[in-house]
Every structure is written in structure tokens, then in C-alpha cells.
Write a protein that binds this ligand. Sequence first.
Ligand SMILES: *[C@@H]1O[C@H](CO)[C@@H](O)[C@H](O)[C@H]1NC(C)=O
Length: 283
Amino acid sequence: MTLSSFLSVILAFAFIATFANASNYYKDFDITWGDGRAKILNNGELLTLSLDKSSGSGFQSKNEYLFGKIDMQLKLVPGNSAGTVTAYYLSSQGATHDEIDFEFLGNLSGQPYTLHTNVFTQGKGNREQQFHLWFDPTKDFHTYSVVWNPRHVIFMVDGIPIRDFVNHEANGVAFPKNQPMRIYSSLWNADDWATRGGLIKTDWTQAPFVASYRNFNADACVWSSGKSSCSNSKSSNMPWFNQQLDSSSQKRLKWVQKNYMIYNYCTDVKRFPQGLPTECSLP
Ligand SMILES: *[C@@H]1O[C@H](CO)[C@@H](O)[C@H](O)[C@H]1NC(C)=O
């Protein structure tokens, strides 16, 4: 083999490896509702959800996961998105399900989206934290990640932690660690509550509303027929498996909480007259 043909073989392999790594929405997701309003485009590189007066739309992952670092890039409904909600979450099934939620509540043009987060364990949620973002989430794609391991559920935006739900099982707080979860996303109308508590209604003259997704990546353990198989056989090759917030990440989390957090269930004493949930008083 000549050097140049050898090099082209190497290049071909590099190309195949890159291509195989690229996210493909056909491969990883099923469109579950919306009657054609959800679309997979560009050979599987892009997915769009749309909402109009008669319906929203949604998709879910083919795989179930039990722990992982899951990244998704989203570009939210631009312009007047008041009344619309884009939900992006992980959830298991059943009455005692676990769930890790991102929900993006739209707003009037020029007014900030609200990023609503929640964690359900054993069917129980009521752990809302809400944020504004430090950028306009409709102008570009941004990365929303969940690092889910046996000790932490870390919510991140563009690599910046915004929330860390810590395993406090030792203090009787359930933690999501036994139930595999699927990834779900949907775009729907929630103008009875979403924007300024329901005061601002969806402006249907702006429909269809469209949210876009790309660059999905799951460095995760896939659950199948009662067995978990991870992206790597050694947890030392899966940094997320032992990930926790180091001091610089903690600083960034504090920055977000101080400047962008608009609601925290842990400070809502009126809502919990019997006392705040246990985890609120733990480090
Ligand atoms: C919409 O904008 C208003 C005014 O800036 C803000 O108070 C509110 O948090 C924003 N988000 C939602 C979902 O209402």
C-alpha cells in the first residue's frame, strides 16, 4: 500500500469514528406525539418540536439510563413565547417514580425565560428551584446537562452548575438510584400558569412555536433487560461517576444562586408550615 492510500484509509477511519460519535436523533429517540409537529432533520443531526393551537409535540429516548452525564443542546422558542413550556426531563415509570426536570417557561419578547427545575424521588417532588438565565436562550443553542451518579444529581447550563441535589439517604431523604429513567421532551401550551402565573396568554398569531435540539450526548449506563451496561467498564474512565462540585464549581453555583435564582423551595417557609424539607437544612 502506498503512503497516500494508507493515509486515506486512516482518514476514512477517522471520519467514520467521528460520524459514529455524532448524535443521531433517529438512532437515539422516538417521536411520541404531535402528529407531524416533531421533526428529525439534517440526517438526524437536528430535531425540532412545534406547537400550534391544536397540539404540541414530544419525543423520548429509546434507551433507559441508570446514571450518566447527559447533555442536550436546546434553542428555545424565540420572540413572544409567553404561555409555552418546553419540558426536558428524565423520568422512570409508575407511582413511585423518580424524575429530574428542566422546564423552560416562555415569556413576552424581551422578557426573560424562567428555567424551572425539580427532583422527584419515590413519587414525591415539591423541590422546585427556578432561575433566570445569564443569556438569551432563544438566540443560540446552549447545553443543558444532568450529571447523575449515586451521590449527586447536578444540573448544569453550559457546564456551569445551577443545582446540586445531594444523596442524603443517611438522613432519610430518598435519592434516585434504583429506577432507570428515559429522557423526555415536549413543547406544549401552559398559558393557564406558565407566564407570570398565567396572567399572560399564548399569542396564537405567532404560531407555530418551534424549539430545536442538537448534539445529544449520553456518557451513561444503559439499562436493558434488568442489566446496566456503561459507556466504559471502569468507573475511573467515567469521570462523571464520581463527580461532585470542586471548590471552583461551588463558587460558580453560588454565583448562579445569588444572581439568577428566583425561587427556592428551601426558603419558602410559608409553603411548609410544618417545617422545611429535611434536605434543606443539610450541607
Ligand atoms: C417574565 O418576565 C417577567 C418580567 O420581567 C418576570 O417577572 C418573569 O419571571 C418572567 N418569566 C415568566 C415565566 O413569567
